[in-house]
Design a binder for this molecule. Structure first.
Ligand code: PEP
Ligand code: CO
Length: 478
């Protein structure tokens, strides 16, 4: 995105320092992951049809460019030094049916509003990364699901199979990989067009208002920040004697969990005048907790790509395994290359995070630390009244989510390390999936507008409130 010939998704010039040359390791090839144990891979019964689809995908243009990927890596290196803050968010899983203009625009709106609040509070440039344009595949705890004595493959996301409980629907269908590629391209195309067309212009934050904002208990505080940023902008423009064009567009990057390796390999390419391989299905792929074995296929695959790579880190991650993963992914110790996304849960972060921070600090390896306060805080509740009375529902408490972020700031400060950002599951819609927040949603409210087919997301108000509280906290720690 830094080149005038590259896509115009961002206009604020990124740090254009050349990235450290990645030594090519001859033991890595685009298929070396096949020799490692792989988990969470769909089993396609029709090998010929899979090969045909993958052939088709590999001949299609990439979704992102190597310029963009490198610009993000430099920005992440700055975040690791505390110069920027990462706002990484979106749905747990995207659905093909939600590839609509309304859903895409509301997700951008909430991310833009949150980033505005964070700019105001942290006084840092924000790196906006969406869990979108490819977040279709989901890891599952079991390979199969049994209902009334019938066992079928689990539903693994819209680009793998279909959710209905029939043998046909649950059989992994390679053509869905192509549909997923196309949906990603459609999403990205609309995001780029909106950003190019001035949707993200800081002079016009009213573009990002969601209908229900007016009724939010946070409306006044948010409006105050918008006004104060508007005033500063006008002041700067009066001084400069012209409009600050750089404020008319902001950068957005995409990310998804790197899960279906056949798909990722089909979009991993070499590009002219650049060394190495780039996974051009997304800017920032991440490896989930269930696939993060340092000797497994997913880490092997990521070892050979030049993208920044996220790795989830949880209560069962040992310091030894983590260091092995970091060294495998980043033998040249390139800044911005490895992003560690910690997800312990509010009750475990205090015990689990400090030893890992110390091990990584003592090993003197470059990493970017991000807090995911969602995945360690999932719990099942049983509402007592309402449509879901007596049924078990997956939710997350706002107070736990906030407590994990607050502890993360505190622990990093105590260890002398940098918390570079947050990774959040949210939606721009008015759902009721997580409890608590300014409106005090209760377990009994969950049945009202619970739409997630996977993990519970913060709704628009809860996401904005979290951003305000993080901004306060980050500002205090700046
Ligand atoms: C996710 O980010 O949706 C996810 C499944 O996370 P984790 O791998 O941390 O459980
Ligand atoms: Co999730």
């Amino acid at each position: 995105m830094s080149s005038p010939h590259a896509s115009k998704i961002q206009s604020i010039a990124p740090n254009t320092q050349p990235s450290t040359k990645r030594d090519h390791d001859p033991s890595w090839t685009l298929s070396s992951w096949r020799n490692r144990p792989s988990v969470q891979q769909p089993v396609y019964p029709d090998a010929a049809s899979l090969a045909r689809t993958l052939g088709e995908i590999s001949a299609l243009p990439p979704l992102v460019t190597s310029y963009e990927v490198e610009a993000l890596k430099s920005a992440l290196a700055e975040a690791a030094r505390g110069e920027r803050f990462i706002l990484w968010g979106g749905d747990c899983a995207e659905n093909f049916a939600d590839c609509t203009s309304a859903a895409i625009a509301s997700r951008l709106k909430i991310l833009l509003q949150m980033s505005l609040v964070l700019v105001h509070g942290t006084r840092k440039r924000i790196i906006r990364i969406g869990r979108f344009a490819g977040q279709y595949a989901k890891p599952r705890s079991t390979m199969t699901e049994t209902r009334d004595g019938v066992e079928l493959p689990c539903f693994r996301g819209d680009n793998v199979n279909r959710p209905e409980f029939t043998s046909d629907a649950r059989t992994p269908d390679p053509s869905l990989l192509l549909r997923g590629y196309e949906r990603s391209a459609l999403t990205l195309n609309f995001v780029r067009a909106l950003v190019d067309g001035g949707f993200a212009d800081l002079h016009h934050p009213e573009n990002w208002d969601l209908d229900f904002v007016k009724h939010s208990p946070l409306a006044a505080e948010y409006q105050h920040m918008v006004d104060s940023i508007g005033e500063s902008l006008r002041f700067m423009e009066t001084l400069a004697g012209s409009s600050i064009l750089a404020m008319q567009r902001v950068d957005f990057y995409t990310s998804h969990e790197l899960l279906v390796l056949e798909y990722e390999a089909a979009l991993t390419r070499q590009v002219p005048r650049r060394e190495g391989w780039f996974n051009l299905s997304t800017h920032l792929p991440w490896v989930g907790l269930r696939t993060s074995d340092p000797d497994g296929a997913h880490i092997e695959f990521c070892r050979g790509i030049s993208n920044p790579v996220g790795v989830k880190v949880g209560p069962d991650t040992s310091a030894e395994a983590l260091l092995r993963t970091i060294r495998a992914l980043n033998p040249t110790d390139e800044a911005g290359r490895v992003v560690l996304v910690t997800r312990f849960g509010a009750h475990q972060i205090g015990r689990g995070l400090p030893p890992l921070l110390r091990a990584v600090r003592d090993a003197q390896v470059a990493v970017v630390w991000v807090c995911d306060p969602m995945h360690g805080n999932t719990e099942a509740v049983v509402p007592t009244t309402g449509a879901w009375a007596g049924k078990s529902v997956k939710t997350r408490k706002f107070a736990h989510i906030l407590a994990e972020v607050e502890q993360a700031f505190e622990i990093h400060r105590n260890e002398g390390t940098v918390l570079a950002g947050v990774h959040i599951e949210l939606t721009g819609e008015d759902v009721t999936e997580c409890t608590g927040g300014a409106r005090g949603l209760t377990d009994d409210d969950l049945s009202r507008a619970y739409r997630s087919s996977v993990d519970p997301r913060l709704n628009y108000e809860q996401a904005l409130e979290l951003a305000m509280l993080i901004a306060r906290r980050a500002g205090a720690h700046a």
